[in-house]
Write a protein that binds this ligand. Structure first.
Ligand code: ZN
Ligand code: ZN
Ligand code: FE
Length: 739
């Protein structure tokens, strides 16, 4: 019995070929739990050889999590080796394969004029093509996918039935005769993008909006129509050579770009001026992906080598998947619609990742990754974790796995909550999950919390930053106590304040908050998160008192006299206090005159990172006050120095570099104090602030130099997209302790 990603990835044909080669009679079939292989062998050595080859030569897209070998009494006399129909559900489950980027063999066919699949946009095989996005239920058979309505033609049926063929049992197999069709010819769609117009196309896990990345008018027009102000766009580039022409590509990046998940990879641009400013405003990094479906390959086969490729949705709604929905919602945004009749069942947006220290780090986990499971290494009870509010994901546990959902989005509107519910219904049914406990964030007003509270199952509230650290622990297989450094924008604290610059000693069972950034007021709540100049005022007031406005700083330009009055009152008599690291970055970004306002989450901090350059000079000192409980990390003298340097004409870029360095040093020094008190030397870094790779690499290097073992995220994001995994392992531990 093989468990893991063993269905929909060409495993049965592979087993058959192997058995035929070794002349072993037997059978193989899918079950809801995995893949069963029975061989009739009288030689032990022969069987061992077969099992070793099963693991060593497994198809590229498969992942064998577990291989259980049993000796069984002979059940039948086999005539050769056969693939038999899938067995019925037996109460257990198998993992669904994520969608897979087009393989080289299929690409060769669609570019070969002599091939019957020449320029056919739905070409796929056992090594590539749609999986999760078209799977209605398990086991993974054509009848359980959205391909069920396309009857195979004779040629395809022959390939499907031929053990020697690459398409043997390829469930979504199709060709121009029998398969799905486009609503518009590629040769009509191509000139549209080449002429600077906007095309909506039905991709793998949802619709996308595309335009020529070098056409400034098209890019600006797309921003205008999509009502997207400055959030960077991703660019799809024709091939690796094109990517290398515009970006710095390391070995790990090249590997990641070419993986079957084909995520958007963040790369540093060789020359940011090569693209119009509207592509990634103010940033030095660009999100780049390679074509991952035949349709994309065909679109990029013309003269356009780089296309802006962004999710087909309006404002903050989920990505559109149905044709009628696309006509209604994307029709007005696009100059043309490229539809087809292969239905998308599960919406999965493009994933985003970046490499650090040679390892891929997922920042948005969706197409190509979901719904693959995170192995927990031990059996856990069944729970459901509903995640956070922004960048929501949920997570279910089953057997020895945690299965995080794909990126759902910001749970701030009805459509996104519906997407949450439909995805949950689907994953619960394919994995036959019956949660005994539901975990949710401590924040009472998150829609994910409110949703959880309507459910009949028992509930557990998990503190936001505890969940961040538990998430990092879980994917690194840690269960002992660690030092958790959770730095992010916002998370509800147990004292009712907004946390976000937290040091804790914790395990899955609980946490102790040992230190945090000094509390300052959060003037205007959510508005303070968007308008960084408000945070600048809060921090400057804290550091300098009411006199702070006398300093001549660039960030005051935005505020009117009337709004100052209101703001000052809010700062003097704060309703809410915050220890947020993200808000500290916003404040410094504003004081430096780099960004006084964020048009998307994290913009001011991202621009501050992009501005940081050169060698760091003398760093600012953030004193650790151990007289308070928890300890307080003083920010006042740093803020005062930064403000005076800027007022005296120092460059914001130099201050930005020095600031990053100072935060990294502070992390190392607080961890050292914690190690002295608690004898713990494993450090987990989590929270959205660690998407800042300047901070991440500085902090990691300093911690290692001091002898700490440092653990980072890779499979799930450090941002709130990773929360649900942390909540799930905490809930599963609670469940175990209860029983
Ligand atoms: Zn293929
Ligand atoms: Zn066909
Ligand atoms: Fe967070």
């Amino acid at each position: 019995m093989l468990e893991g990603v063993v269905q929909g990835v060409g495993f049965r044909p592979f087993v058959k070929k192997l058995a035929d080669r070794l002349e072993l009679p037997g059978i193989t079939f899918n079950t809801a739990r995995g893949l069963v292989v029975e061989i009739d062998s009288t030689h032990e050595g022969e069987a061992r050889h077969f099992i070793a080859a099963l693991r060593a030569e497994a198809p590229p897209a498969s992942r064998v999590e577990r291989c259980v070998v049993e000796e069984i009494a002979q059940r039948a006399c086999y005539e050769g080796f056969r693939i038999t129909p899938s067995a019925a559900r037996d109460g257990s489950f198998t993992l669904i394969s994520p969608d897979l980027a087009t393989c080289d063999a299929c690409l060769a066919e669609i570019t070969n004029p002599a091939d019957r699949r020449f320029r056919y946009p739905f070409t796929n095989c056992t090594n590539c093509g749609p999986r999760y996005s078209i799977t209605l239920s398990t086991p993974y058979d054509r009848a359980n996918t959205t391909m069920k309505r396309f009857e195979l033609c004779d040629a395809c049926a022959a390939e499907y039935a031929d053990p020697a063929d690459r398409r043997f049992h390829a469930e979504p197999v199709a060709c121009p005769v029998c398969g799905p069709r486009l609503s518009m010819e590629i040769c009509d769609a191509l000139p549209m993008v080449e002429e600077g117009r906007i095309l909506a196309l039905k991709g793998l896990g949802g619709f996308q909006l595309a335009c020529d990345a070098f056409c400034a008018e098209a890019v600006d027009e797309l921003r205008l129509r999509k009502r997207r102000s400055r959030k960077p766009f991703a660019v799809m580039m024709r091939d690796m050579a094109t990517v290398e022409r515009y970006c710095v590509v390391g070995d790990a990046d090249r590997h990641l770009l070419g993986q079957t998940a084909a995520p958007v990879v963040l790369l540093s641009m060789r020359d940011p001026a090569a693209f119009p400013p509207g592509v990634a405003p103010g940033l030095r990094h660009l999100g780049v992906m390679l074509p991952y479906t035949p349709l994309h390959h065909l679109l990029l086969g013309g003269s356009a080598t780089c296309l802006v490729m962004t999710s087909g949705n309006i404002s903050e709604e989920p990505i559109v998947i149905r044709n009628e929905e696309a006509i209604e919602k994307l029709g007005p945004l696009a100059d043309g619609l490229l539809l087809h009749d292969r239905d998308i069942f599960m919406r999965v947006d493009d994933s985003v990742a970046r490499t650090f220290e040679g390892v891929p780090r997922v920042l948005r986990r969706a197409r190509g990754y979901a719904p693959s499971a995170i192995a927990l290494g031990h059996e856990v009870g069944e729970v459901l974790a509903t995640g956070g509010e922004l960048k929501n994901t949920f997570c279910i546990t089953k057997g020895r796995y945690a299965i995080p959902s794909q990126h759902i989005g910001d749970l701030e509107n009805y459509e996104t909550v519906q997407f949450f519910e439909e995805t949950l219904r689907n994953l619960q049914s394919v994995y036959q999950a019956k949660p005994r406990l539901i975990a949710h964030d401590l924040h009472p007003d998150y829609l994910s919390t409110r949703w959880a509270l309507t459910r009949p199952e028992p509930k557990i509230a998990v503190q936001h930053h505890h969940a961040h650290i538990a998430s990092c622990m879980a994917e690194n297989g840690l269960s002992e106590r660690v030092i958790g450094v959770a730095f992010d924008g916002t998370g509800f604290g147990s004292d009712g304040q907004v946390w976000g610059g937290e040091f804790m000693i914790c395990d899955y069972g609980g946490y102790e908050r040992w230190a945090h950034l000094r509390y300052v007021s959060l003037p205007g709540g959510d508005r303070a998160a968007r308008e960084g100049w408000r945070m600048a005022a809060a921090h400057l007031y804290d550091a300098l008192g009411p006199e702070f406005r006398r300093l001549d700083l660039p960030c005051w330009s935005g505020a009117s006299a009337a709004s100052w009055k209101v703001l000052e009152r809010m700062i003097e008599r704060p309703a809410i206090m915050t220890s947020s690291c993200g808000r500290l970055f916003d404040a410094v970004s504003a004081i430096c005159g780099i960004s006084v306002e964020s048009s998307y989450e994290g913009e001011s901090a991202m621009l501050l990172e992009a501005a940081a350059e050169g060698q760091s000079g003398e760093s600012y000192k953030l004193e650790l006050n151990t007289q308070t409980v928890p300890w307080t990390i003083e920010t006042r003298s740093m803020i005062e120095r930064i403000a005076r340097e800027i007022a005296a004409g120092q460059s914001g870029r130099v201050v930005a570099r020095c600031f990053h360095d100072s935060i990294a040093r502070m992390i190392e020094s607080v961890c050292s104090s914690l190690r002295e008190r608690n004898s713990v030397d494993k450090v987990c870094l989590s929270g959205g602030a660690f998407q800042n790779f300047t901070l991440l690499s500085d902090a990691t290097a300093l911690l290692r130099r001091s002898g700490f073992e440092v653990f980072l995220h890779s499979q799930v994001p450090p941002n709130d997209g990773g929360l649900s995994l942390g909540q799930a392992v905490i809930a599963a531990t609670y469940l175990k302790d209860m029983s």
